[in-house]
Ligand binder design. Structure first.
Ligand code: ATP
Ligand code: MG
Length: 490
């Protein structure tokens, strides 16, 4: 036997729903039957008011003359022959039974309570009320009553127990009354239909929930493309939409993590490679120096030592660059902005690169307007970014070229443009040149040169100042890097 079904939400809700329907049906039936019974009793009591009155009129004389019980029984039997479901009692003014329609010797009470009779007579039968049954100790019955008057004096009461209503008890009505039976059948049909419709609707809802659950389970098992099919906008669909958007975020994050992971591997590989080359060369030259110490001319020794020094410098630069970039990426260093003159900074940097430029017969051209406002940025960081860009311009411009550094004022900012007449960058390389360790094919083939970190550092510095760096380039024509700078606002 499959017990899982009984543990399902569908089973639990439908069992509860059906139980509720049965309960509603039972309560409704009970109320209907009870009300109908009461209604019949009340109606019988009402229509019997003239009956008690007419008996009072008929027996008034006999009561006054204190007729014998036999004689009275005869009078009663005439009346009862037309209405066998009644019992007639004549009470004196204290409620003591003086005559009854029951056969002689029948067991009954001597006296009945007059309180319900008084209420009944006072309200002229408009209040539904039960009275004592003289034949039973505790039973209360529907009755009709009327005072017996003789010369306008009350000499007693006619008390009629209306047994007719007993034939319309709830149980009898349930099986005998056509109307009640019809009502009960209608109720049954309504409840069964409600049950079927309810279960079908519940089935649809559960199917939707099941689909949502399956999608979530697939996702959980690692199928990150799993999504909930959303057709409308009800609560379950909203749950699906929320899940889908959460799944999109998680999927994107997983992709991002994978990408970062592969980048990290690439980074480690690049760093290892870039460290290995200078270390190997330092090691090689150091070993040669040691082995051939005696046989080396002073010129050769100087050459070897210079190579070792340049290798060491290269290592230091590389390690510094890696450290700086990782700090910038981890947002461990923040710009400390201060006002400074860009013209002076550019001038200093140009001075710094002048010897290098002269060696390649490259000319620096600076276009800086007079009376330029002070820039507001981290001067150390800006020095670094500009130096990296000018260093690139020098590296990638063949002999007899021009490097132009132009400062413009625009929209409340300064714009720095660094252009060269160099080899340029191919369109397919442009989107990658700011990536760590990225070098174009041409640069990679060159023996000299960097590690591909200069532009990544420059970009991170500009971004840390809240701006973006852009590049325009044409192969064999030249390259221009541009970025904005804040100015001092008074
Ligand atoms: P380093 O880390 O020493 O600066 P790098 O110069 O190779 O090494 P980046 O400065 O990041 O690295 O530049 C990345 C690549 O972009 C370079 O290898 C080069 O191919 C290309 N590039 C950068 N600037 C220029 C330029 N002005 N003209 C032509 N190509 C350039
Ligand atoms: Mg560079």
């Amino acid at each position: 036997m499959n017990f899982r079904f009984f543990k399902s939400l569908y089973w639990k809700i439908s069992a509860l729903f059906l139980l509720l329907l049965v309960l509603i049906g039972a309560v409704y039936s009970y109320i209907t039957l009870f009300t109908a019974e009461m209604y019949v009793q009340e109606a019988t009591q009402r229509v019997s008011i003239p009956l008690a009155k007419s008996i009072s009129e008929k027996v008034a004389m006999n009561v006054e003359m204190k007729t014998s019980p036999e004689m009275m029984r005869k009078v009663f039997s005439d009346i009862i022959s037309f209405n066998p479901t009644i019992e007639i009692y004549i009470l004196d003014t204290n409620g003591i039974i003086t005559y009854s329609s029951l056969p002689e010797g029948h067991r009954m009470k001597q006296q009945v309570s007059l309180a319900p009779i008084h209420t009944f007579i006072k309200d002229e039968g408009n209040t539904f009320i039960l009275g004592e049954d003289p034949c039973y100790l505790l039973d209360e019955k529907v009755f009709s009553a009327s005072p017996i008057l003789s010369k306008d004096k009350n000499i007693g009461y006619t008390y009629v127990i209306l047994h007719g209503t007993e034939y319309v008890s709830s149980e009898n009505m349930l099986f005998d009354s056509y109307i009640i039976l019809l009502g009960q059948r209608t109720l049954l049909v309504t409840l069964v239909s409600a049950g079927i419709v309810g279960l079908v609707i519940l089935g649809f809802i559960m199917k939707k929930l099941r689909k949502t659950k399956e999608a979530v389970q697939h996702f959980e098992s690692g199928i990150f493309s799993s999504r909930v099919e959303v057709k409308s906008n009800d609560e379950i669909d909203q749950l699906g939409i929320a899940f889908n958007s959460m799944a999109n975020t998680i999927e994107a994050n997983v992709e991002e993590i994978k990408k970062t992971d592969s980048l990290r591997r690439e980074l480690v590989a690049n760093i290892s490679h870039d460290l290995k080359t200078p270390i190997a060369s330092i090691q090689g030259y150091a070993e040669t120096l040691l082995m051939k110490e005696e046989n080396l001319s002073s010129n050769e020794r100087k050459k070897y030592l210079e190579t070792i020094l340049s290798g060491t410098n290269r290592l230091i630069t590389l390690v510094e660059q890696i450290l700086e970039l990782s700090k910038l990426e981890a947002k461990q260093i923040f710009p400390k902005p201060e006002p400074f003159s860009v013209a002076e900074l550019v001038h200093d940097i140009v001075q710094k690169f002048q010897p290098q430029a002269e060696r390649k017969q490259i000319r620096f051209r600076t276009i800086i307007p007079d009376e330029l406002p002070f820039a507001f940025a981290d001067i150390g960081m800006m020095d670094r970014a500009l130096s990296n860009l000018i260093d690139n311009a020098l590296q990638y411009t063949p002999e007899i070229g021009v490097i132009t550094i132009e400062i413009q004022r625009n929209n409340g900012n300064l714009f720095v443009n660094i252009s060269d007449t160099g080899v340029g960058i191919a369109q397919e390389d442009l989107p990658h040149i700011f990536d760590r360790f990225y070098r174009t094919e041409k640069s990679r083939n060159r023996n000299s040169g960097g590690t591909g970190l200069g532009l990544a550092i420059a970009q991170k510095i500009i971004e840390a100042h809240g701006f973006a760096i852009s590049v325009q380039s044409k192969v064999n024509d030249g390259t221009t890097f541009s970025f904005p700078l804040s100015i001092v606002t008074s």
